[in-house]
Design a protein around this ligand. Structure first.
Ligand SMILES: [Mg+2]
Length: 310
């Protein structure tokens, strides 16, 4: 219950934040950053413990995207943890690179969508927390099955278009991996959204330069991503420090300010795979490898226990 309470407090703070003048916003944001970083540390602990417990899963991308997830669910998004699949009147999030499910599940649990204790069932038989999220399991917070890469942007654009048709002013967020951009369907969606003026969507690319088999440069170069997305008609912004909470919050506020201007918005989120655990950083090696007992201990020693382990 402590986490539901935490979430309520953040909601109140955010409400106050938006209602304040600029000076207060700066002061208030600096006060919130500490809390957000504490949650992120706990989410990172959850990730390594979940993947270790079943000796399976994807810690690298999960750790790299942790700060962004926490910023979304505990600051940027207007959402309701009691969860309604229709999502009318609230911001929606779609995870396209579904293999980073550990960070998604932990964030949802910590935000109050389902019991935190359920994280211990990750990837087990009959668990609602399958390796790749599925709607079949009816886990609150999961709106699409994902893991077959390349599909999330199309779904998010469909949801954004539905919101427009229904005159629902809330936003749609979607996260993709950078290696995922090698899927052709992404570019079909990229073409569709600007043509239809889908300016209520904020897409993000986990731009860590790495994928399961090596660097994106070695496997299949992405070239100049900014130039590519701009050429397709998107409003592109960089979050250069995608593992720094202050930078992420500022970037998300900027992205939100750019919605409603006739163009879909996309964030190049520069992250580091494995961020927070020294031996997992600087390599693609930990994309989909579980730590052993000793490695788990090493990781946990680097990640302060802040709001309680499950
Ligand atoms: Mg990547």
């Amino acid at each position: 219950m402590i986490f539901v309470d935490l979430f309520s407090r953040y909601s109140i703070k955010n409400h106050y934040l938006y209602a304040s003048n600029n000076r207060n916003i700066i002061l208030k944001m600096s006060a919130d950053i500490n809390k957000l970083e504490q949650i992120a540390s706990q989410v990172r602990r959850d990730i390594v413990r979940m993947v270790h417990a079943c000796q399976s899963g994807h810690p690298g991308g999960s750790l790299g995207c942790t700060d962004y997830f926490v910023a979304l669910y505990f600051h940027a998004m207007k959402h309701d943890p009691s969860f309604n699949m229709n999502g009318v009147g609230e911001d929606l999030f779609f995870l396209s690179n579904g293999h980073i499910s550990p960070v998604f599940y932990s964030t949802l649990a910590r935000a109050g969508y389902f019991p935190i204790s359920e994280l211990s069932t990750f990837r087990k038989i009959d668990s609602r927390l399958q390796g790749h999220p599925t709607t079949h399991e009816h886990l609150p917070g999961i709106r699409i099955a994902s893991g077959s890469l390349g599909q999330g942007l199309s779904v998010a654009i469909g949801a954004a278009q539905a919101k427009k048709l229904n005159k629902d002013n809330s936003l749609v967020y979607v996260l993709m991996g950078d290696g995922e951009l090698q899927e052709g369907q992404v570019w079909e969606a990229a073409l569709y959204a600007p043509h239809n003026k889908m300016d209520n969507i904020i897409a993000a690319i986990d731009y860590n330069g790495a994928q399961i088999d090596g660097s994106t440069e070695q496997v299949l170069s992405l070239g100049n991503l900014r130039a590519k997305w701009e050429a397709f008609g998107w409003d592109v912004l960089d979050i250069e420090k995608g593992n720094d909470m202050t930078t992420i919050i500022q970037g998300l506020e900027e992205a939100k300010a750019r919605t409603g201007q006739g163009k879909p918005v996309i964030i190049l989120l520069h992250t580091e795979m494995g961020n927070g655990v020294d031996y997992m950083m600087g390599s693609h090696k930990w994309h989909g490898v579980a730590p052993n007992d000793e490695q788990l201990e090493l990781a946990l020693n680097q990640l302060p226990r802040t709001i309680g382990d499950y």
